[in-house]
Design a protein around this ligand. Structure first.
Ligand SMILES: Cc1cc2nc3c(=O)[nH]c(=O)nc-3n(C[C@H](O)[C@H](O)[C@H](O)COP(=O)(O)O)c2cc1C
Length: 206
């Protein structure tokens, strides 16, 4: 029997989507509710099989204190996280797949999304958490809406997420981009909606 590339790919995806227990954490980072990023993220998430667990958190609902860099402050260890920080850390560690759903703000991720990423640096240093080891092998994805037509305007956001994933030895899922300014504009971006249909399911990364 000759196995074509397509056949093998279908088999590969079948085996991996049907057996692996997957759990997606969606982190919404817009400064408004119901924006284009959220709409596009939902369109992509709808395509995930029902067996894949989904948890959605709006970063505005779980605000973090300004991040403190204690790396070189003698006598001050990173304390065990409490409150929203603990909730976000535990949700992060429990997921196999992390989705940063952030609009493009000044060419990069929103301040809320960036603050969450800054906390990764602290979590790497909380004794006993082993953040680095536990992040390795998870998959990082991004979804973003921008008002400019040129997708290259989002390169800093894409690189921020891609390089952060690389730093923590995570798999890189890529970024789903959509165009829009006011809420629901992205529904007119038919190319983005088409990409959303296969975004989370087309990569053999798991
Ligand atoms: C603070 C801020 C900064 C923005 N910076 C950019 C930008 O650099 N490039 C761009 O194309 N659009 C920019 N925009 C437009 C938003 O990306 C666009 O309106 C997007 O749809 C907002 O996402 P949301 O609908 O998910 O909230 C900016 C909007 C705001 C509020």
């Amino acid at each position: 029997m000759v196995l074509t590339k397509d056949y093998m790919r279908v088999q590969y995806l079948h085996v991996h989507t049907s057996t692996a227990a997957r759990s997606f954490l969606f982190l919404l980072g817009s400064a408004r509710e119901g924006g284009n990023t959220e709409t596009l993220t939902k369109a992509a998430a709808e395509q995930l099989p029902g067996t894949v667990e989904q948890r959605w958190l709006n970063l505005r609902d779980v605000p973090l204190e300004p991040f403190q860099d204690l790396r070189h402050t003698s006598g001050r260890d990173h304390a065990e996280p409490v409150g929203n920080e603990k909730l976000l850390l535990e949700a992060t560690l429990a997921a196999t797949d992390l989705v940063i759903a952030s609009p493009l703000y000044w060419y990069s991720v929103s301040a809320d999304a960036k603050l969450y990423l800054d906390y990764w640096s602290g979590w790497m240093r909380v004794p006993g958490v082993e953040f680095r080891q536990r992040m390795a092998g998870k998959t990082l994805w991004g979804v973003s809406a921008l008002s400019e037509e040129d997708p290259a305007q989002a390169d800093p956001l894409v690189n921020t997420l891609r390089l952060s994933a690389e730093y923590l030895r995570m798999n890189w899922g890529g970024v789903l981009l959509g165009n829009g300014s006011k809420p629901d504009d992205v529904l007119a971006d038919s190319a983005a909606l088409l990409r959303a249909k296969t975004f989370f399911t087309s990569l053999p990364v798991y």
